[in-house]
Design a protein around this ligand. Structure first.
Ligand SMILES: *Cc1c(COP(=O)(O)O)cnc(C)c1O
Length: 365
């Protein structure tokens, strides 16, 4: 056995011992009767008939693969329509679609920051945003989670020593469901000549933000609330033109297949035409937190922190056996000793389902 093979075997054994071993589990056949408090398809758009119809039509008329990077292929009408609608809904001048949310981060952050620059990032930002920051080569410093005062201290201390500065955060944090103090961070960005970059992957009711901040780059994904696939960024005309010319994950990777872009467009259009749906997932999450005597949900994501990995896994398994799919989230995805069940609520859940869930969860505890 080579030293690397031995290392791999030891690493797997150690993950197993720590109950952090992960697998790509196949879905058992009987899952149709399982109620999902698990996925990110907040409006059930991944199976929506209008979306599927648009995907089929696009596949029939334009085929599947685009066959080249966006810079070389023509920009299809679906891309134009999607980017125009994204910009409109995000109250931005322009939008740019990437291959995925992950690719968006590893494209835009290194395009905007390098060795001479500093990135000041919330401690809990998503791994993909963190990878973008690391790849950029900029000095990376973390501020205490959702704490503008901590961010201000770091800006005062470091900003002047670097050329440009990015402040990174999520709008809705994916593991805790809490909201970033965007107004305060935007103000700090302006005071310190910095650019605020936000990851809106889970901001379901932020699809049409009520406020737009100056000097703000909004990143997001097409693969969660839109039930499709792909990533995007919204900003000024100049910013988007700059990213088209510099973001390597856009330039050196094949564009998304046309039916995928068409599906994302149809899903987004559906949301714009049914904006009353945007608040539903949050209403359902609030109904759950009220029934469980938990602090009010701030978003459709509700963490139920139980502490140990073993307890989180046991509860998830017990719920699964009773017909509910809820993931146990463990370190290193979340900090040590904060293993949890992570509930996500969709527009399609009913209060009756949530009542049942609450009863079952109390029984399993
Ligand atoms: C899922 C997610 C991403 C990555 O988006 P993909 O389109 O799945 O690559 C980025 N940021 C956050 C906060 C996410 O939850």
């Amino acid at each position: 056995m080579s030293s690397l093979e031995k290392y791999i075997q030891d690493s797997l054994e150690s993950l197993y011992a720590k109950e952090q071993y992960r697998t790509l589990a196949p879905l058992p056949a009987y899952t149709s009767s399982i109620i999902n408090f698990y996925d990110n398809d907040y409006f059930n758009l991944s199976t929506h008939p209008e979306v599927i119809a648009c995907i089929v039509q696009a596949a029939e008329s334009e085929g599947m693969g685009i066959r080249a990077s966006r810079l070389l292929s023509r920009t299809t009408s679906y891309y134009c329509k999607l980017e125009t609608l994204l910009a409109e809904m995000k109250r931005s001048e322009a939008a740019l679609v990437f291959g995925s949310g992950y690719q968006t981060h590893i494209g835009i952050i290194p395009a905007l920051a390098s060795k001479e620059d500093v990135i000041i990032a919330d401690k809990y930002i998503h791994a993909s945003m963190l990878d973008g920051a690391r790849l950029s080569g900029a000095r990376l410093i973390r501020f205490a989670h959702n704490d503008p005062a901590s961010c201000a201290i770091l800006l005062n201390k470091y900003r002047a020593h670097y050329r440009h500065c990015l402040i990174l955060t999520e709008t809705v944090f994916s593991m805790d469901g809490d909201l970033a103090p965007l107004a305060a961070l935007s103000e700090l960005a302006q005071q310190h000549d910095a650019l605020l970059v936000t990851d809106d992957a889970h901001g379901t009711n932020q699809w049409m933000p009520t406020t737009s901040y100056p000097s703000h780059l909004q990143m997001g994904t097409l693969s969660k609330a839109l039930g499709c696939y792909g990533g995007y960024v919204c900003g000024s005309h100049a910013m988007i033109s700059y990213l088209i010319n510099t973001a390597r994950s856009l330039i050196y990777s094949t564009a998304l297949p046309t039916p995928v872009v068409a599906g994302a467009y149809a899903a987004l259009l559906f949301l714009r035409n049914n904006i009353q749906l945007l608040n539903k997932p949050l209403e359902h999450a609030r109904y759950f937190t009220q029934s469980m005597d938990l602090p009010d949900a701030q978003s459709p994501i509700v963490p139920y922190i139980v502490g140990t990995n073993a307890k989180a896994t046991r509860l998830a398994q017990a719920l699964y056996e009773r017909g509910y799919r809820v993931p146990a989230i463990r370190p290193p995805t979340v900090p040590k000793n904060t293993a949890r069940l992570r509930f996500t609520f969709s527009a399609a859940h009913t209060k009756k389902q949530i009542d049942q869930l609450v009863l079952t969860l109390k029984e399993c505890e």
